[in-house]
Design a protein around this ligand. Sequence first.
Ligand code: GDP
Length: 286
Amino acid sequence: MTIQWFPGHMTRAKRQIEEKLKLIDIVFELLDARIPASSRNPMIDEIVGAKPRLVLLNKADLADEAATAAWSGHFRALGLETLAIDANGGRGISDIAPRIRHLLREQTERQISKGLRPRAPRALIVGIPNVGKSTLINRLAGRSAAATGDRPGVTKGQQWIRIGGSLELLDTPGILWPKFDDPAVGYRLAATGAIRDEILPVEDVACFILRHLASSYRGALEERYGLSDLPQELPDIPAAAEVLEQIGRRRGCLAGGGQVDYAKAAGVLLRDLRSGKLGRLTLEMP
Ligand code: GDP
């Protein structure tokens, strides 16, 4: 598996964000609550530097609540203000403004002590493709301000979106790249739909995820596919492939000669996972 981001591409993306950083007071770092580490750009600290930052664990509606609480604790321990949100449904959105006020209180006090009237803070949303940047912009703006879609860079032109009197948001988010030298990170990104299905063999993604589900969410797996006696642990890929085969049989994913079509079975599993039909799941822990 070799998936490469060209160094030139990374440099350009980094430079574009650094240009935007000059214009703003606070960064919203958007992560996928189901894979907070894998959806994080490893160079983010270097890119954001000393700018105040709010970590937003988005798609919390799809993530395991206890795991999200553990991740929030993890980021707070790193000194990062963190909030779990659901940009689609709106949960947690109203907590953003008070968090910003808290984060920027010193800056505001300085402005007041200089006799200046504090202006609405300016914010930039950054995150990898598909993490929900456009959805969050629309949600904050309360209208369809940004085009949502799964292509990076669908938004055009650079404008400020005024959000009440409390915030000004740059309408073009900063697009970060995921880094997946580690195959596990690639599988998690593929499983959540952050990278295209064509990039990694879908059966491999399914087997990787099955191993995690069997150890952490066995009940959900058994219930959804009518499986029984799943082992506590799937020690290797062949063991996971056996479970995938059972799922394929249950779901009628058959190729010629009554053989299970593994790619089809993997598709069923991944669709169920992404749409929440397997329940609320988190694919990695701090
Ligand atoms: P962007 O590429 O970062 O701008 O991501 P988009 O805003 O286009 O969102 C990608 C997909 O994730 C879309 O199908 C959204 O509907 C979905 N999405 C975004 N936020 C949430 C959320 O909080 N919960 C759920 N369940 N889906 C979300």
